[in-house]
Design a protein around this ligand. Structure first.
Ligand SMILES: *[C@@H]1O[C@H](CO)[C@@H](O)[C@H](O)[C@H]1NC(C)=O
Ligand SMILES: *[C@@H]1O[C@H](CO)[C@@H](O)[C@H](O)[C@H]1NC(C)=O
Length: 313
């Protein structure tokens, strides 16, 4: 309990200190921090295509495609690959390592890549009738809807477009949860997937260490506070901009954001997330999800069961 309160106070302090350093932000960010998916794909040699996919409940999502180099030696039966990003993330996650990134590596090897963006993130903040800035209802979703609607729409779209009967898929973190949701709520989709690779899979959250464990314990209180102040989107514009300011300070940005937040939550790994990479990643991560999505994960942890969202603690 105490731990996570300290942690929250720590984050708020960091954010307010960061406001003073706004002017150095631009200098610190690397070029790739400021390029979007399309621009990065082009820079690293694989111009991307962009599609809008509309879900059955009206969300307008962005799906990118990198067709890859067709190689003479490659069997024409090779299947398309669908890549799904993690929580508060976007399709950029697959390409921000440039030439070494998974997207560019697979494209160089001749694979046909499709990269989805779930509802609410920077590329999929759009709906046929609802306005994300005006209508609370826009943010009424969790990973359950990402799986049942967004992922189902992406799979159908890719198969229709390519004429393939099945696809291969790679998910990262929440990008794996949504496949488990879809496969169990709409089992016919299991037949549409040939191989699924789960990177950092998330299903149960019963044994996570602090500070995450304490945040999960506190989540009913935090969620009702968030609802009271109308925080539907997380991190959203205000918190997101504050984070950008803090995290893009030279030197202290790494200490506060990577050591103090990313490693504190995800585990220490300096080789995987070195200081120079923060100068790129901060322009792409975090993007937004709903507060309800975070609370749904916390419910999975508290209840020790992978089940649907319920109102109440
Ligand atoms: C990427 O940025 C370019 C240049 O600002 C813009 O024209 C394009 O619409 C952007 N693409 C996406 C998917 O945001
Ligand atoms: C949110 O969506 C659920 C269905 O997933 C529905 O039962 C509920 O009424 C919705 N709440 C609001 C506030 O729109």
């Amino acid at each position: 309990m105490c731990n996570s309160l300290h942690f929250l106070i720590f984050i708020i302090l960091q954010i307010s200190i960061g406001q003073c350093f706004a002017n150095v932000t631009k200098l610190f960010l690397s070029e790739d921090a400021l390029l979007n998916f399309t621009q990065l794909a082009k820079k690293y040699g694989h111009p991307a295509e962009q599609y809008e996919v509309v879900t059955e409940d009206g969300y307008v999502l962005t799906l990118f495609r990198i067709p890859g180099f067709r190689q003479v030696s490659q069997p024409s039966s090779s299947l398309p690959i669908l890549l799904m990003h993690g929580i508060c993330d976007t399709s950029d996650t697959w390409i921000i390592r440039g030439y070494e990134s998974l997207a560019i590596t697979l494209a160089n090897a001749g694979h046909d890549l499709w990269l989805g963006n779930v509802r609410g993130n920077r590329y999929s903040r759009k709906h046929l009738f609802l306005d994300p800035d005006e209508d609370d209802e826009f943010w009424n979703f969790t990973f359950n809807e990402f799986g049942m609607y967004d992922l189902a729409s992406f799979i159908d779209f890719v198969l229709l477009r390519t004429g393939a009967a099945k696809l291969n898929a790679i998910g990262h973190s929440q990008g794996t949860t949504i496949f488990y949701v879809l496969g169990s709520t709409k089992p016919k989709y299991n037949q549409k997937i040939n191989v699924f690779i789960s990177l950092a899979p998330i299903c149960y959250l019963s044994h996570v260490p602090n500070p995450l464990a304490s945040l999960i314990e506190l989540s009913p209180v935090l969620y009702s506070k968030a609802k009271k102040v109308g925080l539907n989107e997380f991190p959203g514009k205000v918190i997101g901009e504050a984070l950008l300011k803090v995290c893009s300070q030279p030197v202290t940005g790494y200490v506060k954001c990577v050591l103090g937040m990313v490693f504190a939550i995800g585990g220490y790994d300096r080789e995987e997330y070195e200081p120079a990479f923060l100068r790129v990643s901060i322009g792409h991560f975090p993007s937004s999800t709903s507060a309800k999505d975070l609370y749904h994960y916390a419910q999975v942890g508290r209840r020790r069961s992978f089940s649907k969202f319920r109102s109440g603690p």
